[in-house]
Write a protein that binds this ligand. Structure first.
Ligand SMILES: Nc1nc2c(ncn2[C@@H]2O[C@H](COP(=O)(O)OP(=O)(O)OP(=O)(O)O)[C@@H](O)[C@H]2O)c(=O)[nH]1
Length: 419
């Protein structure tokens, strides 16, 4: 392998899914390339660098095994990650890099850190950059993002209400699992030795719906052909960012009649706002077989901004999802309509672009029942003429300043609407 930039594989996956096992397998098998490893440990929760060192001829004193601990590279250690990568690149006596992220890392920000400059990734320049002018993206080329999923714990994690602290951020395990599945090129369904064939088929059907683009490989003890995770050339930022099943469903809605192992999806659309109290009740009583829901909704009494719904397993998050065009000044509205004339087709004379579009993915989900309960939560004809601000609204309040911000964990709010 000889090229200008160093290709990188990023391994993600929940705690205990088998990332270190897979990495050790890779280091034992892959002899063609000289692989450097960067391990992101989380202090006491996991100490992987020792185990990698034990199982390979890379030693911890070696420059090719870098350990970043006391935080997570997807959030507070992003600058440290950049520094470590830049220093590694300077030494440059390896031709491939594998990064094992912590079980609580979200793959998207890690990928952003590797592929964008400081400006776009919204990061402060590191000391190393200021001294040398070297941007990590000049040296590295993200080649493959791999998510390792624990087949044995799959449904338990999916439905888990457990969360872990990642620095100051509380991370819900079910939500993380979904995010790790939705953003990857290759998905290793590991620990297949502990699960029967039928269950594996069910899990695989769910994963394929959540993430239609990824190559899914069943593994035991992380034993995967190195060619499937190293130097595959599969990573494509644009494609990876757009590949989640819910996004594709929103773009091209189709009522999936052809169900595989009971996994189906549909899009709910409405041109009337939700009644805040009734919609909160629906969300609180969402049937457990709705395992994923994503989209934007219009809440009566909130005329400025759409709200994002993000349901993964047991966790429900509400996040700001941008201002309605109809809430802008007339001049700005006109500018939008001139630039995107297709908006006109769906423009309501009174409410403009305000509407709701939600994707629902579930197992053995009764579409009619779910659709009915959502429809019942919309304002009735009579309520359309009522004072919307008088409705009881327990949804989190976001200021319109959030509107341009991507809906990230900091601006999202976990809701316990029943309280
Ligand atoms: N039965 C079985 N056990 C496995 C398999 N893969 C890994 N394990 C075991 O599961 C445990 C966790 O594996 P690790 O490789 O440490 O998982 P990890 O994702 O690196 O874990 P963290 O670094 O703590 O997030 C270890 O005891 C492994 O030996 C598998 O396919 N089958």
């Amino acid at each position: 392998m000889s090229r200008d930039s160093i290709p990188v594989t990023v391994l993600s996956g929940n705690l205990g899914a088998g990332k270190t096992t897979t990495l050790n397998h890779l280091l034992t098998e892959q002899r063609a390339a000289d692989i450097a490893v960067l391990v992101n440990d989380m202090g006491e929760v996991n100490v992987d660098a020792d185990r990698v060192a034990e199982h390979s001829d890379i030693s911890e004193d070696d420059e090719e095994l870098v350990e970043l601990s006391n935080g997570c590279i997807c959030c507070e250690l992003r600058g440290d990650l950049l520094d470590a990568l830049a220093k590694l690149a300077q030494a440059r006596d390896f031709d491939y890099l594998v990064i094992e992220s912590t079980g609580v890392a979200e793959p998207l920000p890690v990928a952003q850190t590797l592929t964008m400059g400081f400006d776009q990734a919204d990061l402060d320049p590191t000391e190393f950059y200021e001294e040398t002018g070297i941007e990590v993206m000049d040296y590295y080329d993200l080649d493959t993002t791999v998510t390792v999923v624990d087949a044995h714990q799959f449904w338990t994690t999916f439905d888990s209400e457990e969360s872990l602290m990642d620095g100051d951020t509380e991370k819900d395990l079910g939500n993380l699992l979904v995010e790790q599945i939705e953003f990857c090129d290759v998905l290793l369904l590991n620990k297949c030795d502990l699960v029967d064939e039928d269950t594996l088929d069910e899990i695989e059907a769910m994963i394929e719906t959540l993430q239609p683009r990824a190559k899914i490989i069943r593994t035991e003890h992380g034993r995967v052909d190195p060619d499937d995770i190293v130097d595959t050339g599969r990573f494509d930022f644009e494609a990876a960012s757009q590949s989640a099943g819910w996004m594709q469903e929103l773009e091209e809605p189709h009522e999936s009649a052809e169900e595989e192992h009971g996994v189906t999806s549909f899009v709910f659309e409405a041109r009337r706002p939700f009644h805040p109290e009734r919609f909160a009740e629906v969300l609180n009583e969402f049937p457990p077989n709705v395992v994923r829901s994503k989209g934007r909704f219009w809440l009566a009494g909130r005329e400025e901004m759409g709200l994002g719904l993000n349901v993964a397993g047991q966790s429900i998050r509400i996040e700001p999802a941008g201002q309605w065009i109809a809430a802008l000044s007339e001049k700005e509205q006109q500018e939008y309509l001139d630039t995107y004339p297709e908006l006109e087709a769906n423009w309501h004379p009174e409410y403009g672009d305000r509407s709701s579009r939600l994707v629902l993915i579930g197992t053995d989900m009764d579409h009619d029942t779910v659709r009915e309960s959502l429809t019942d939560a919309l304002l009735t004809e009579a309520e359309m003429d009522a004072d919307w601000t008088a409705f009881d609204d327990l949804f989190p309040v976001f200021t319109t300043d959030d509107e341009d911000e991507p809906a990230d964990d900091e601006s999202a709010e976990e809701v316990g609407l029943a309280d």
